[in-house]
Ligand binder design. Structure first.
Ligand SMILES: [Zn+2]
Length: 444
């Protein structure tokens, strides 16, 4: 007979008003709590029962919040926050060659570090806990993300145009190898490789990147089929559209994530489904650059994993995945004049569990016992989240990102009510502004 209960020690007890787990049963719990120990979830259940059963060192009251798994941003170039608003309303080719590439030529490791840290702040403030980044100076990126406390898949960019980060493809691949060694066994950071696109990498370079990804067992991501023009140019240069060309070169497969996937025909979609290749849908970037509308509903119907990405802040211009969920859902509906396409739950899946699957980190994007304690919490006292009939609908269609009251990664609160406990935010912004001005207005 048991007469006395001993409460189990734990690091933190988190009270959650509504908990959207995104587990395999898509359980949504009211008046719930999470028990966190060593950065992982030790228990999920009714708040009153867990409060009796555990003796936490710390408590976190999110009882007025809608708690979601931390969002997963699967495509972006974090340091491009430095170029936000540098050039808007221009075609992709002009935007890249006349504005972005010249500014990027002046980058250095210190600038990339500042740009990445500001991006981390912006993502944390809008509920993102993990992102897949592709850029230059990956060591500086790894340092910045490590310090920010977030999770990231950090991809070494590879391309054959003059740039500030490396002189040759060999040097880029060596940097990718060094990053892979450095991050071996890291709990929050993973290495990856990112050949930029079929129009900036030769067939040989693309193949070398695929060989690297296979031999190191890391994610390969690349921009693919972003525009119809890209397919036309690829057909002319290589005798095939982008997707069959990448397939022929051995770049497609379960460890591959294609950013954009806008200009896809039925045969392309069939290839992606057959090879198990995932797509990072970046609706706002595609809309802003006038690239088109990715066939997300058709891809999902074919069994392709479709995740969400913001792309860089120079083509979006925010890193707000909540806004991206809403845009993705609305865009599919208007494209086909069919309101049943891409329902709220599908959009939330894309920003959470499907994003995690797409980057090969499937324990993320859901709140389950034993899984990482990565979450975000939306303040339900805001008018737009009232009366809270359906929390998934509210998160996708009503929230704008400004409701995020708390973001936690690996059991650590990294954002809480407008403040960043791990950052000196005003100092970061001052240094960031100075650097952004130096890069974009040389001689000014
Ligand atoms: Zn991109």
């Amino acid at each position: 007979m048991q007469t006395q209960h001993t409460a189990f020690p734990c690091d933190m007890l988190v009270a959650a008003g509504i908990l959207v787990t995104q587990d395999d049963d898509r359980r949504i719990l009211s008046d719930a709590a999470l028990v966190v120990t060593d950065g992982r979830i030790a228990a999920i259940g009714p708040a009153d029962a867990l409060a009796k059963a555990y003796a936490p060192r710390e408590t976190l009251d999110l009882s007025g919040c809608l708690v979601l798994p931390g969002l997963v941003n699967t495509h972006g170039h974090a340091a491009m926050t430095l170029f936000r608003g540098l050039c808007d309303d221009a075609p992709l080719s002009v935007w890249l060659s006349e504005h972005i590439w010249p500014a990027e030529a002046r980058l250095d490791a210190a600038a990339v570090s500042l740009g990445t840290r500001l991006a981390c702040a912006e993502m944390l403030a809008t509920g993102t806990t993990c992102f897949c980044d592709a850029y230059l100076y990956v060591d500086a990126i790894a340092d910045a993300v490590e310090e920010a406390g977030m999770r990231a898949v950090i991809s070494q960019g590879v391309f054959e145009i003059e740039n500030a980060g490396f002189k040759t493809v060999d040097a880029a691949l060596n940097a990718a190898g060094a990053l892979t060694d450095r991050l071996a066994g890291h709990d929050r950071l993973r290495p990856a490789i990112f050949p930029h696109a079929v129009y900036t990498c030769s067939a040989k370079t693309l193949t070398r990147c695929a060989d690297f990804a296979r031999s190191q067992n890391v994610l390969l991501s690349t921009h693919a089929a972003e525009t119809a023009r890209e397919n036309e140019d690829c057909l002319q240069a290589n005798g095939a559209r982008v997707i069959p060309y990448l397939n022929e070169l051995g770049l497609l497969g379960q460890n591959t994530l294609l950013a954009h996937g806008v200009a896809l025909d039925a045969a392309d979609i069939g290839i992606l489904a057959a090879t198990g290749t995932s797509v990072a849908h970046c609706p706002k970037s595609n809309m802003k650059l006038g690239s088109g509308i990715a066939p997300v509903a058709a891809l999902r119907e074919a069994g392709v994993t479709v995740a969400l990405g913001t792309d860089g802040a120079a083509s979006n211009n925010t890193l707000n995945l909540i806004s991206e969920m809403q845009t993705a859902a609305l865009l599919q509906k208007v494209a086909a004049c069919d309101p049943t396409l891409l329902a709220a739950e599908a959009a939330l899946d894309m920003a959470t569990r499907d994003g995690a699957a797409a980057i090969g980190w499937p324990e993320l994007g859901r709140l389950t016992v034993g899984g990482p304690a990565d979450l975000c919490a939306l303040d339900m006292s805001r008018p737009q989240l009232t009366p809270a009939f359906d929390p998934v609908s509210d998160a996708v269609y009503a929230a704008n990102g400004g409701e995020v009251a708390c973001t936690m990664v690996a059991g650590k609160v990294l954002y809480r009510n407008g403040a960043f406990p791990g950052f000196d935010y005003p100092a970061l912004v001052a240094a960031f502004k100075e650097t952004a001005a130096r890069l974009t207005r040389p001689g000014a």
